[in-house]
Design a protein around this ligand. Sequence first.
Ligand code: ADP
Length: 653
Amino acid sequence: MKSPRAEDSGTGQASPPLRSPIRHAALKGAAWLAALVFVGLSGALGYLSFERRAVDNLQADVRHRLELFSSAVEGMIQRLEDVPATVQLSEEIQRLFHAPHRAAVRERADRYLQRLNAFMGGIAIYVLDERGAIVASSARTRMDTLPEEDFSFRPYFQEALSGRVGRHFAISLVGNRPAYFVSHPIRDGAKVVGVAVIMINLDPINQIWDMLGAPALLADTNGVVILSSDPAWTYTTLQEMPIERRVDLQLSRMYNRMPLQRFPLPVQLKVNPETLSIHGSLAQANRYFGFQEVAQIVSGRSINGMDWRVMLFTDVAGAREEAVLAGAVSATGAAFLILVVLFMAQRRRIHRHRRESERLLEQANLSLEHKVGQRTAALTLANAQLVKEVAERKQTEATLRATQGELVHAGKMAVLGRMAAGITHELTQPLGGVRTFAGNAMEFAKRQDLESVQQNLEIIARLTERMGTIIHPLRSFARRTEPSLSTIDVGQSIANALFLYQTQLAHLGVAVDNRTAGEHLPAWCDAHRLEQVLVNLVGNAIDAMADAPLRQLTLVAERAPSAHEATAADGRAYCLRLDVEDTGCGLPPDFASHLFEPFYTTKQKGLGLGLTISRDIVQDFGGALRAWNRDGPGACFSIYLPCAPQRGEPHDG
Ligand code: ADP
């Protein structure tokens, strides 16, 4: 026995292995999970890469702005920082150090400084002697006059006195204004005799914060915020400051005794020692999930030659929102990609199924064509056989008809044979009469009694005529005829049949009750053959009544009310029923199954063909022959005869 797999491989089409539903569901679930992971990863990657790019762009932009801002600040300071160097060159200042106590000389020095300050736009320019006291000043005559004070505690003074250029931020002692101090030594030969100082106004820097477009600050070399776009940040320290440094700053009054608080935001800073660029971040709790995340990035750089650092706080929320959008777009793109892949896969599957269906259809077609070919060949063979059989059957039918004709004729001959004795008896009497009257005529001729001769010859003529009337119906009955259907008078056929048995009926003393006499009974059949049927039936009735005490033969015809209303037992329509009833011995007990069989007979000299021939003849008419035992003694045979066919209706014969 072959396994289904072996059968599959036999056709050359290996069917795909059947997947269990659980495995199929698991694979499907895994595929969906992979798709979800892919979408999620795409979203995350999109988010991260865009965030990084956005932050990089932001930082590049910030760097650019910081550069611009630094340049602006450097420009502001550098424009003025060489002023103290030029002060010592002026004649007024030279004279001042040669005659410091002369009022006129001091006056001229002050005016020179005023002019210079007015021209340069600083807060003040002043000159200190080697002890740190002001000897000349641009502000001496103004409202914010500098007090006669000792400035030797200021780092810029100490630097310049040491022969170097001093520069640092400090809050001015008068007016409490943030300022940038630049000092330069004034020499007399190799000896430093004084210090020239310019106090540069830093207020203009507060005007250009907008240039940075975000919160920003400027911190000095001590890590103290000296200027800021947010006033709350000013004078706070970005890193923890050691106490001794705080004391130094107090002594130098750098911040004019301002309390230095810690910078309010938890900012983490990293300074690159090579580029001096600053990077930092400001962490904050996430708005939705609460975890700590970078909320602002801090970028900064040093301002050339000043040890100042400018720092900018850039909010990354906008970049992050854009990154979320980019992540969503990436995830959507990935989902779309998956959909496209699914769509393509589905299309391929449909295409494959269609190709498979087409292949199967083609196979089915081929197999159908093959089967049709086989069937056609079988049918052609069967047809040829049928044609042969039909031809054989026609031949057989023709032979049968010929045989039937022979049989019918033989039947007639048999009837005539049976009648021979009666006919002989019938003919004997007139024949004897002919002989007697012929002898008489010869005698009368000898006697020349011509009148008597004529009388005898007339009698002979009548007798021969009578013999002719006996012989004529027999000849007509015995004639071999071909069946031909037409509308005939059934009454005539009955009369002819009865005539043939006239002598026999009379001899046996059978009372004949022919109720059809004088009636016109048309029916569709052959007159000679119907006569033969009636002869058979009457003959059988006579035989059956041979020993019967009562001998009565009745012939009754009954017309159907309308052509197609009367039907025989087989359901066919008849227009005339003819009953032949006798009072004989009745039909044998087994008649129902054997009566019309050929060679069935209960008679010693019977042939058993009479009823078979009669039934066939009536069926050839399109009629039927039935038999049954009567309620009283005897049997009854009914002949059902059809009507003439309607015009155009096909009929046999
Ligand atoms: P046969 O007359 O040579 O016997 P039939 O075919 O004419 O052949 O009749 C067959 C048989 O049917 C008869 O032998 C007889 O037994 C029975 N039979 C026919 N007609 C009658 C009848 N009127 N009464 C009783 N029996 C009949």
